[in-house]
Design a protein around this ligand. Structure first.
Ligand code: FAD
Ligand code: SF4
Length: 402
């Protein structure tokens, strides 16, 4: 079963459901928002946590699924090209240099789309996501920067239909895009563009608070953070200062349960079903990483090409030993003393994996951890829920015996 074709009960309004009241994926739900709409009718087929069908949906979206003979495809999915890029004139306040917001603005202003699904924050809380359909440059800019929490982006799907828009751009992370692709044919659109970001280790709003409080020296002034390629978390504070905390010094024993169970069970780090993906993890420090998956993705990128400085992607180092050694630490929640964590961070930064090899390091570390999580907590789901490419990635490592 790939995308859903039948449309029997589509327009039957779900009976006055309160947002969040029905979640068939239960604790694995990533709050993608689908179940806040009448598209909940399709949840059994569409939910990324109830029906893993990445290969089938790749074929529908890109005309092919990833080639399992090519390890490059295990990691980065179907793609026509990858590059490192940054905006010549970065957008102030964006997560990185603002390539995502710039593409969305160009799509709207060129008339290719009538609206853009993106995530602003609520007036009271800079980290509380508020999905919107943006129809102006200002509304897109108001959605810049990550809201590093689970976000119900698909909760606006009913609004899309009511608005009678025919050409739409959706910005989102992997689980949102999997469900979107599954119901795409039901939306009545002439053209859907999908601009994705990679995503890993997301949290609920309460989980985010715990993460900030256990990790940052000043949780209330953090405006944005990122797990960087230099093996440190960079917290940006309101006064512009940057606080850096080494990954190996994170209080993993306290943070073990902070990541959402959906994210501990996710194997779509690189947003396999988006037309175009913009992240950072395969690029040198300070640059963004772009993956063009199909012609539609290239069409979007072409619109902003003259605003970008670009360079080819590179790869350096060998991640395997570092991943193998980090498996027990991740698994048992070991925390190093800060002096040792800093030393380890410096050594790994000097000799460690860089560029695409850093991306592979991060994918390997998360997939092995998540494989163990699903095996322990949902053994009955393991075979069907873990995609074949992820099984091959995990198969490179020795996992602890149960
Ligand atoms: P901006 O121009 O600042 O635009 C950011 C866009 O993100 C906005 O359009 C907004 O609608 C959207 N957005 C914000 N919060 C959410 C959310 N919660 N869900 C869905 N969409 C949202 N890249 C990596 O390479 N590795 C990672 O591990 C990684 N983890 C991420 C985790 C999350 C939760 C998110 C949202 C992104 C992650 N990214 C990751 C992507 C990266 O951090 C940047 O978002 C990306 O490079 C775009 O930067 P920008 O300056 O072009 O974005
Ligand atoms: Fe519904 Fe989305 Fe949660 Fe699945 S992840 S149960 S589709 S809201």
């Amino acid at each position: 079963m790939a995308s859903v074709n039948s449309s029997p009960a589509k327009h039957q309004k779900s009976k006055a459901l309160k947002p969040g009241s029905r979640r068939p994926a239960k604790e694995l739900c990533s709050e993608c928002g689908l179940c806040d709409t009448y598209y909940i009718h399709y949840v059994k087929e569409a939910c990324a946590f109830l029906n893993q069908q990445i290969a089938e949906l790749e074929t529908e979206a890109h005309g092919q699924s990833r080639n399992l003979e090519h390890p490059e495809d295990w990691y980065f999915g179907v793609h026509q090209q990858m590059m490192a890029a940054k905006k010549k004139e970065p957008i102030a306040g964006a997560q990185w240099t603002g390539i995502v917001s710039s593409i969305a603005i160009a799509m709207l202003n060129s008339g290719k789309v009538e609206g853009v699904v993106c995530v602003q924050n609520t007036p009271e809380d800079r980290f509380q996501p508020m999905p919107v359909i943006a129809r102006t440059t200002e509304e897109i800019l108001a959605a810049r920067v990550n809201k590093p929490t689970l976000s119900p982006n698909l909760s606006i799907l009913e609004q899309v239909e009511r608005s009678r828009m025919k050409r739409l751009l959706v910005i989102g992370v992997g689980c949102q895009i999997q469900a979107l692709r599954a119901v795409e044919k039901q939306l009545g659109l002439e053209k859907l563009y999908v601009l994705g970001t990679p995503c890993v280790d997301n949290v609920t709003r309460a989980g985010l608070q715990k993460f900030l409080e256990t990790t940052s020296r000043s949780p209330e002034t953090v405006v944005h953070y990122e797990f960087m390629q230099d093996f440190r978390v960079h917290f940006k504070h309101e006064d512009g200062t940057i606080e850096k905390v080494p990954f190996f010094g994170l209080k993993t024993n306290q943070l073990k349960d902070v990541f959402a169970p959906s994210c501990m069970s996710c194997f779509d780090y690189v947003n396999s079903l988006a037309d175009l993906v913009v992240g950072y993890m395969g690029a040198p420090f300070g640059w963004q990483w772009i993956v063009v998956r199909n012609h539609t993705g290239q069409e979007m990128l072409d619109l902003v090409h003259n605003q970008l400085e670009t360079q080819p992607v590179t790869s350096q180092g060998d991640r395997h030993q570092a991943v193998q050694q980090s498996i027990p630490a991740y698994d048992q929640g070991v925390t190093l003393p800060m002096w040792a964590a800093k030393m380890m961070g410096v050594v790994i930064e000097k000799i460690g994996p860089k560029g695409l090899e850093y991306a592979r390091f991060s994918i390997d570390s998360h997939f092995t951890r998540n494989y163990l999580y699903v095996k322990r907590h949902h053994p009955e789901k393991l075979a069907a829920h873990v995609p074949e490419y992820a099984k091959r990635i995990v198969g490179q490592y020795k996992l602890p015996k149960e």
